[in-house]
Design a protein around this ligand. Structure first.
Ligand SMILES: [Zn+2]
Length: 154
């Protein structure tokens, strides 16, 4: 009986040409088993690869991503949003306390201008960090001016 061998998994006598054990259904053929294990490895790859290849991305990430990303957010932006917002807010508020008589159309015009100042300040705050203080001042002044002018209308 030279054409039989012992199954390494269940110790039953199986044909030496057998690729799989007929008793325990384990793959006996070395090449086939290697292929199956490679296939299994493929299924479980996330864990294996993260450990194996992890060193490369971890080293690259701090160099390429970390220094580049935060600064542009802080640096980018324009003063053309917060400064006009604040200036409009100041002007709308100053004209509000001006004693000279103002007609209805002027009041509506000032409300409209103050709304523009408010919108510019909000856009600036949402879009950029640059001129944040001025944008907040512009919003606050514009809101006060709008409320003041609306109060004058009545
Ligand atoms: Zn077996």
């Amino acid at each position: 009986m030279s054409n039989t061998k012992q199954c390494p998994y269940c110790a039953e006598e199986i044909l030496s040409e057998a690729k799989k054990c007929k008793y325990c259904h384990e793959t006996v053929d070395v090449a086939l088993r290697a292929a199956e294990e490679a296939h299994h490895m493929h299924d479980n790859q996330p864990t294996v690869y993260m450990n194996a290849g992890g060193a490369v991305p971890v080293r690259e990430t701090p160099q390429s991503n970390a220094p580049e990303q935060p600064p542009p957010v802080d640096e980018k932006g324009t003063y053309w949003l917060p400064i006009p917002s604040m200036v409009i807010g100041i002007l709308a508020l100053l004209t509000l306390f001006d004693d000279s008589p103002t007609d209805h159309d002027t009041m509506l015009g000032m409300i409209l201008i103050a709304i523009i100042g408010l919108v510019l300040g909000i856009i600036s705050l949402n879009k950029q960090r640059k001129g944040k203080g001025m944008a907040i001042a512009g919003i606050v002044l514009s809101v006060i001016a709008i409320l003041g002018w609306v109060g004058q209308l009545e």
